[in-house]
Design a protein around this ligand. Structure first.
Ligand code: NAD
Length: 396
């Protein structure tokens, strides 16, 4: 049986560590994280039996590239959930998916009939995989239809929308998590462990770069109204997160500078790239960079007694890690399968997800601060950003 990345014991230890370091830490203390399925308590067994030991049904909303190439294949490798339904505005796609994944007609919706999902007991979790500006509407409608929700990153195009999504899920008594796959990825979990536990001493400097050459394949990414921004909310968010979970702290301020626009036609509405720096309370810094016109994929920490890094750091596969003491001997895993199984475990056993709506909102708040810093040229305080941190990672 494949192991999930955290055991409850590890999580409690991590929370204690994080809580000690940050007395104002919210949301994580006193809850259980998605745990190791091999060590079920009688309480967990009862919860699983209550669902008839069936795999939870996930409905994917939006059958674009990420759903087709990553999530649907990953759902064939999950233990606690399965692809049960689809929501699409394209009838040809519906036909193709129905055949390929053996999905019955009653579990196929379009955007108009979506709300009827309320009457469908086959669907436990709605997974929103739409352009960013549509995340809020479909998360809220899914919660109102009585479904738990996974929403892709970035959570929304404004912190205000993030709050509405959190409120809707709370009101409906449903769980909400963000599609942050790297929080279940062993190399990144190792960066969290090495950094947050200061295994090589205090981390003084982090370098987090994530950029790609963006094609015109998904035009909504280059239009502000559906994307909310360019590379920063799309791929820069991984560099931002990497810095935070390696340091184990939320910055107190940010500075930023847009890259010059070299393709005026392509980058009419969104930035081509941006350099941003995170300043932490202890004086340490994270130098971050993101672009839609250059390739980089690195997360590196320089600590008092050594360094550790991943390159590539944020890809779906083929991640490689190294420290000043040698190469990391860590296997790559199916990140999306782990992420979805971890959430299904939370639903089945009434645990809190470690990649919560609050964490999604934290990142959107920080992205807003980075844009403000880049536009004004001023240092922007991030002291009011919601204080949500990751539990310290552990190699799975
Ligand atoms: P995509 O363009 O390939 O897919 C988007 C889907 O939404 C398409 O099927 C499209 O038909 C549908 N759609 C519905 N209404 C639409 C509208 N008004 N305009 C445009 N499309 C509409 O995009 P994608 O790459 O699959 O990304 C979807 C979401 O998944 C984004 O939020 C993205 O950030 C996220 N994503 C996450 C990861 C990850 O690693 N976690 C990777 C890729 C994408």
């Amino acid at each position: 049986m494949q192991r999930l990345p955290f055991s409850r014991r590890d999580f409690v230890r991590h929370v204690s560590f994080a809580s000690l370091a940050l007395p104002g830490l919210v949301t994580l203390a006193g809850v259980q994280a998605c745990g190791n399925s091999e060590q079920k308590t009688s309480e967990e067994k009862e919860a699983t039996e209550a669902t008839g030991n069936r795999k939870l049904g996930i409905a994917l909303v939006g059958l674009g590239k990420y759903s087709e190439e990553q999530l649907a294949p990953a759902l064939e490798e999950t233990q606690f959930c399965r692809l049960a339904g689809i929501v699409t505005g394209t009838p040809e796609k519906a036909e193709k998916w129905k055949k390929k994944y053996n999905i019955p007609d009653k579990n196929v919706y379009d955007y108009k009939t979506f709300d009827q999902i309320v009457d469908n007991p086959d669907i436990d979790i709605v997974y929103v995989v739409l352009p960013n500006a549509l995340h809020a509407e479909y998360t809220i409608r899914a919660a109102q239809a009585g479904k738990h929700v996974i929403c892709e990153k970035p959570m929304a195009t404004s912190a205000e929308d993030c709050q509405k999504m959190i409120d809707a899920c709370k009101k409906a008594g449903k769980k909400l998590s963000i599609g942050y796959r790297l929080h279940f990825e062993p190399h990144n979990l190792e960066m969290m462990r090495l950094g947050q536990q200061e295994v090589m001493g205090k981390v003084n400097k982090i370098i987090a770069h994530n950029g790609q050459v963006q094609s015109n394949e998904t035009p909504w990414r280059l239009g502000k109204s559906l994307s909310g921004g360019g590379p920063l909310p799309d791929v820069g968010i991984y560099a931002l997160q990497g810095a935070i979970y390696t340091k184990g702290a939320i910055p107190i301020s940010v500075t930023a500078k847009f890259h010059p626009i070299t393709d005026k036609e392509k980058f009419k509405e969104v930035e081509e790239g941006v350099d941003f720096q995170l300043q932490f309370a202890d004086g340490s810094l994270a130098d971050c960079k993101t672009s839609y016109n250059d390739k980089y994929n690195q997360l590196r920490a320089e600590a008092a007694k050594g360094w550790f890094q991943l390159e590539p750091a944020y890809a779906y596969d083929g991640l490689k890690g190294e420290t000043s003491q040698g190469k990391m001997d860590i296997k790559n895993v199916n990140q999306q399968a782990r992420q979805m199984d971890a959430f299904a475990d939370c639903v089945l056993n009434n645990k809190e997800t470690t990649v919560s709506g609050e964490m999604g909102m934290r990142d959107v708040q920080l992205i807003e601060a980075i844009y403000k810093a880049a536009k004004t040229g001023q240092k922007v305080s991030t002291k009011d950003v919601i204080q949500v941190l990751d539990p310290v990672g552990k190699q799975a």
